[in-house]
Design a protein around this ligand. Sequence first.
Ligand code: SAM
Ligand code: SF4
Length: 513
Amino acid sequence: MPEIHLYDPVLGISSLSCHHGTIIQFSYLCPPKKLERMLDLVTDRTHDEARQGEAFTPLFNKAGGFKKLFYIESYGCAMNFADSEVVASILLDNGFAATAHYKEADLIFINTCSIREKAETTVRKRLTEFRVLKREKPGMLIGVLGCMAERLKAKFIEEEKLVDIVVGPDAYRSLPALVEEAETGQKAVNVLLSRDETYADIAPIRLNSNGVTAFVSIMRGCNNMCSFCVVPFTRGRERSRDAHSIINECKVLFEQGYREVTLLGQNVDSYYWIDEQKEETVTFARLMEEVALISPLLRVRFSTSHPKDITDEVLHTIVKYENICNYIHLPVQSGSSRVLQMMNRTYSREWYIAKVDRIRELIPDCGISTDMITGFCTETEEDHQQSLSLMEYCRYDLAYLYFYSERPGTLAARRFEDDVPLDIKKRRLQELVDLYRIHSLRAMQKEVGKTFKVLVEGVSKKNEDELFGRTDQNKVVVFPKGSLKKGEYVNVYIKSCTAGTLIGTQIIEKNLK
Ligand code: SAM
Ligand code: SF4
């Protein structure tokens, strides 16, 4: 986890879980020795560092006996964490019980990410730790789930001798049968990708939930084929989940006391579902509207938007509903049209800038965040300068910055040479990070002196007398506890800030509608 921080009273160190990732906060007083580490940490980042390797902590297990105790640890993006909730639900329904302690488990599952090489290395290291335990507990089974399982398939079993079960993201329903097969001493593999599996009928078991905010998957897979990206190969073709099941899941969450849902997909703007009974097409804007209508007290967020697909209809829907958050994650990847073309992003720098302008025209206070990659194949200094100037233009509230990591099998790996040396990739990344630091601090400073409606998410980890929550634009706020509780809305006056946290001092009003 990044340790380069100004003071962050919420999470203690500089990593904050947010929309779909981690806010990295940087200290302007960072000692030089830490800079090198900082770069590693930045480059090492997957989506939400605070959650990487998080274990499933069950709130409860079903009454009565159980077949086996299972443990799940998850890596990668929010969609992977949401998938672990589906896996937990399938296992609990099939007579297994959960534990948060891998040493007492009969079954260890690791839900993996393949997006960058570093993500896979982390999983392999973790498997080595499990190897030690398996020697002491020979009957124990180890299963690899998710993107790495899909990418490596049965090869995983050959390479990592201790793995018993390998299951891709579309095959979780077969897990109970695969466990039975593995119990006989066979290695069990199911990595079939599906064109229609959305797990729509499975009610996810919320893992490690704060009881206030939840992720809801609205679609799976991706059809975009960005040349650097492994997702279309590991998660298959894009398919949208039944809108009724999404709305129902959100309603149930609201009834259970949740006050924020984040609708998840690799490209939410291409959500498309046909309601055959009503003979209607449900677009993303329509779906978001239906979710917003559940209650004005339910905040709606979404991720990720693709610049080629986000429509005015979506922007107008955000404007229309006060409870749809004014925050858009709009990954650009590069500021150079030439590189964007090689990345197969299907938009140009000018198109992207026009989208940002349109968002700001219709939603002037909209928070905008992005993802960017440095050192993609053939990237020149001039291309890199274009990324910096684009960042200067957009002044992101948040940026998730990576250097390019070639992934086997992707279009880029097959077509282009990974020809930018690592030190140059890292230097360019550092330059983007430096600029982003300036913008993110300014974005926080401009909120000082304003009052925001904040949804209370819990007690600050740094100070028990303080609570933390988020503004509509996804900025973290800490403020005195008073008599407030999780899940309530409160107006907070912002007195000061750090690079990642707004510090509120006065509670103006609570229990807002
Ligand atoms: N679907 C989202 C989109 O289109 O932006 C993002 C999905 S991906 C899980 C999250 C981010 O990881 C991407 O936006 C990209 O910046 C980064 N990423 C993906 N493949 C990468 C690679 N091979 N090397 C470095 N970063 C990569
Ligand atoms: Fe990967 Fe592009 Fe799909 Fe995002 S839109 S998941 S970057 S292929």
